[in-house]
Design a binder for this molecule. Structure first.
Ligand SMILES: Cc1ncc(COP(=O)(O)O)c(C=O)c1O
Length: 355
């Protein structure tokens, strides 16, 4: 079967599973902030229109300045991308033909970008508690040009500690290995400790951030990367001029002004996650120890989660399958934490499943 490679666009999963599309569905397959974009985006939208008659600033200077100030990094160490996804592809290009190590299970675009550029790919698997197993990871570093690590990790929602990252970063620095840390979901993690100070001392660290998740603007495409000036320069060579459109940049600038928005989101998600977790424990489902806005779930009474997946789809609930996550192979389903109403509807359908 041809499984869709990503969440979102539920029509493709209904078609692949040969299940009739219901009139309405709740899409829990994409991990987007349920609060929607900050209000100011809508308020300023018509004003943004005035800017579409000119090419966007290819260096995205205004947006970079804002990010540099908020993240406490030099403007020269930032590269703005057409979503985190573009930056991952550019990194694949930088690493063409090299040996790369991917910590699995994780976001599939690292592998795709590396494959497209003829990299030699090896895996390191998280252990059964979704932890890093640092000792095992250390043993796989020799001869590798770069390590891809997602933190908070997609699809588990599990976060690796600053101490673990530091240990790994120092080992990578000693061996001249790039440590690429995808922080697409860092701003949903309540106790996040910034890696930017560490990045200043371990210059081989490359941080990728997406603005599409927290600010609910996946249709606009916006992300950025923080790395040494040298790496930024190298990657920028491969990026098409004007790759990031003017609407995305202007919206991004608005988003960053709204500092309360992140705290509101975190509080909302924390409450919903606690409610969901309590229900899952009571009803005998297994949930990954997520600290962010999505989680893995399985019914331990099932060998394959396919019957549950199908049941949910038929009831208009769209989770993300895990068939294309190495190490998961469909043994779990991933769910985004959405609005209270949507989450409650999921619980209702799961209650029905248990009956
Ligand atoms: C871990 C991770 N990194 C990067 C991305 C890409 O995000 P963007 O929408 O910024 O391209 C995604 C999207 O799902 C993701 O899950």
């Amino acid at each position: 079967m041809n499984w869709p490679a990503h969440g979102s666009n539920p029509q493709y999963i209904y078609e692949a599973m040969n299940i009739p599309k219901p009139n309405t569905w709740i899409d829990l397959s994409a991990n987007i902030n349920p609060l929607g974009p900050p209000k100011s985006i809508l308020e300023k939208w018509l004003h943004f229109y005035e800017s579409i008659g000119e090419y966007p600033d290819p260096f995205a200077n205004a947006l970079k300045e804002q990010i540099a100030q908020q993240a406490g990094v030099a403007k020269e160490s930032i590269l703005i991308g057409n979503g985190g996804a573009e930056l991952i592809m550019l990194l694949g290009r930088m690493l063409a033909q090299k040996n790369v190590l991917i910590v699995q299970p994780t976001f599939s675009e690292y592998e795709k970008a590396c494959q497209a550029n003829g990299c030699h790919i090896s895996y390191h698997y998280l252990d059964e508690k979704w932890s890093l197993n640092l000792q095992g990871l250390m043993e796989k570093l020799d001869g590798v040009a770069a390590v891809f690590l997602c933190n908070p990790n997609n699809p588990t929602g599990v976060c690796f500690s600053l101490a673990e990252i530091q240990f790994l970063a120092e080992a990578c620095t000693r061996k001249g290995i790039y440590l690429i840390i995808d922080e697409a979901f860092y701003d949903f993690w309540k106790d996040y400790e910034p890696l930017t100070p560490l990045q200043r001392t371990c210059e081989n660290i490359i941080l990728i951030r997406s603005m599409t998740k927290m600010y609910a603007i996946p249709g606009l495409r916006l992300g950025y990367l923080i790395a040494s000036e040298e790496v930024v320069g190298q990657i920028a060579q491969y990026q098409p001029h004007w790759s990031v459109n003017v609407l995305a940049m202007l919206a991004g600038q608005e988003c960053l002004k709204d500092e309360e928005f992140i705290n509101q989101t975190i509080d909302y998600i924390e409450k919903e996650r606690a409610k969901l977790s309590l229900f899952f424990t009571q009803e005998g489902f297994e949930m990954s120890p997520s600290k962010v806005n999505f989680y893995l779930l399985r019914d331990p009474e099932l060998e394959s989660q396919l019957p549950l997946f199908e049941f949910l789809l038929r009831h208009g609930i769209v989770p993300r399958h895990t068939m294309n996550f190495p190490g998961l192979g469909g043994e779990w389903l991933r769910f985004a934490i959405k609005s209270k109403t949507e989450n409650d509807q999921l619980l209702q359908v799961l209650e029905e499943w248990r009956r």
